[in-house]
Design a protein around this ligand. Structure first.
Ligand code: GLU
Length: 435
């Protein structure tokens, strides 16, 4: 156990000191915006202290048997940032770059995100430091089940409800649900969201984050008196969020001029065929080698002449280095934390309209909420109902943030933080302090 913890601590130190500029520490990035919003809200010093700190941070070792018979030990985290508004809610990611600092930031973002769309959840996040692309299905299942068992005391429909995130999917959620249910000695579907539809998942959940991005992009374009029809969109990241956002925007008439994934970026001024790209990725895993488009670099994609840029992969993609060269009119943050605080200032000076992550990608957790409601009620909705209710919440939240931004003359991100921090703070005031 000590060895693994030492390993992961060393990684944090290494990243912080050598490769991680202060600009790229995700928790600091979150805090910089939090401080700005808290000051404008005149948040009282006591509440400020409470909201700056995560409620609970769990670090576990996750030992598993590899297929070779060898034992491997991974490090797993679960951070419950704030549960004042309801059960903790947030995804679990399996990735080599997971650190406690990152999970803390992502858990805080989930807290603000749930408050922003006004659903009755707090915020959490989890992660295991591992590389699923090098693991067999059996190994992945053993990591998932052992991690679930390791954090089982916090889990539960009333306390902490995980969901998919980077490199986790419906399959992983099904194992979590089963492991939890075996420990409880009865089936508990509402312990996790983003499950397969056959086992209590919600219709529309898989597409929800991308669909939410499409709705708010449409609203942002309308605000600038533009339309999705004919808008030129570049999408960075072609996973669940990016590929579906591209697909749904193309269906609304947008021209997808570029997409990228880890393997490279593709470009076409006349528009890429998103369905064909999805087929290619299903067969070849990556975009690389796709024959019907030009290749460009990731930096060229980010700085392409287009109307909308959708960063839909990981944190720290838009930094002080590339922000001055970004030409998009709108940035719609499908990923969590894709823009650094330093880049925010540059984008604001350039007059780029940013739909911040906690609004832009909130469609996922909104339909997670619908899934949790359906599981608890034992009554399931058709897809059209899910999508319509999602649209109502996304459009209302977008308008709420725009109204606050205009009232306080701040950018969309600070307005989004103000709205959500104010809602969490209001709950704390009403509940009082238990001591
Ligand atoms: N991982 C997603 C997010 O970052 C979804 C979380 C959820 O549905 O609980 O918003």
């Amino acid at each position: 156990m000590t060895d693994t913890l030492r390993g992961s601590e060393a990684r944090i130190l290494f990243r912080d000191k050598d490769t991680f500029l202060a600009e790229e520490n995700p928790f600091e990035a979150m805090m910089e915006r939090f401080d700005h919003a808290a000051k404008l809200l005149n948040l009282d010093p006591g509440l400020y202290k409470v909201l700056r700190n995560p409620e609970k941070q769990i670090i576990i070792s996750v030992p598993i048997l590899r297929d070779t018979g060898e034992v491997e030990v991974y490090t797993g985290y679960r951070v419950l940032y704030n549960t004042s508004r309801g059960p903790a809610k947030g995804g679990i990611r399996f990735d080599l770059n997971v650190t406690l600092e990152e999970v803390k930031a992502l858990a805080a973002w989930m807290t603000w995100k749930c408050a922003l769309v006004n659903i009755p959840f707090g915020g959490a996040k989890g992660g295991v430091v591992c590389d699923p692309s090098t693991m067999s299905m059996g190994e992945l299942e053993r990591v998932t089940r052992r991690y679930t068992a390791g954090i089982i005391e916090t889990l539960g429909p009333d306390s902490d409800v995980p969901a998919p995130d980077v490199n986790t999917n419906e399959r992983v959620m099904a194992w979590i649900m089963d492991t939890y249910s075996m420990h409880k000695r009865h089936t508990v579907t509402a312990v996790v969201t983003g499950k397969p539809v056959e086992m209590g998942g919600s219709l529309g959940r898989r597409e929800a984050t991308g669909r939410g991005c499409m709705f708010v992009t449409r609203e942002a374009l309308a605000k600038l008196r533009l339309s999705l029809t004919g808008a030129r969109v570049a999408v960075q990241g072609f996973g669940n969020v990016g590929s579906i956002a591209a697909e749904l925007m193309a269906k609304e008439g947008a021209i997808i001029v570029a997409v990228s994934d880890k393997s490279g970026a593709l470009h076409s001024t006349t528009g890429l065929d998103v369905a064909d790209l999805q087929k290619w990725v299903a067969q070849h895993r990556h975009l690389a080698g796709y024959p019907k488009a030009d290749t460009i670099t990731n930096d060229e994609l980010l700085t392409l002449d287009c109307d909308v840029l959708v960063p839909a992969a990981l944190e720290n993609v838009i930094t002080r280095k590339n922000a001055p060269r970004i030409k998009a009119k709108i940035i719609c943050e499908g990923a969590n934390g894709p823009t650094t605080a330093a880049a925010d200032k540059i984008l604001e000076e350039k007059g780029i309209f940013v739909v911040p992550d906690i609004l832009a990608n909130a469609g996922g957790v909104t339909v997670s909420y619908f899934e949790w409601v359906q599981d608890r009620g034992g009554y399931f909705w058709d897809e059209e109902t899910v999508n319509r209710r999602l649209e109502t919440i996304m459009v209302r939240s977008f308008n709420d943030v725009v109204a606050l931004a205009e009232k306080h003359k701040v950018n969309m991100r600070i307005a989004a933080y103000m709205l959500s921090i104010d809602r969490v703070a209001a709950m704390h005031r009403l509940r009082g302090m238990y001591a």
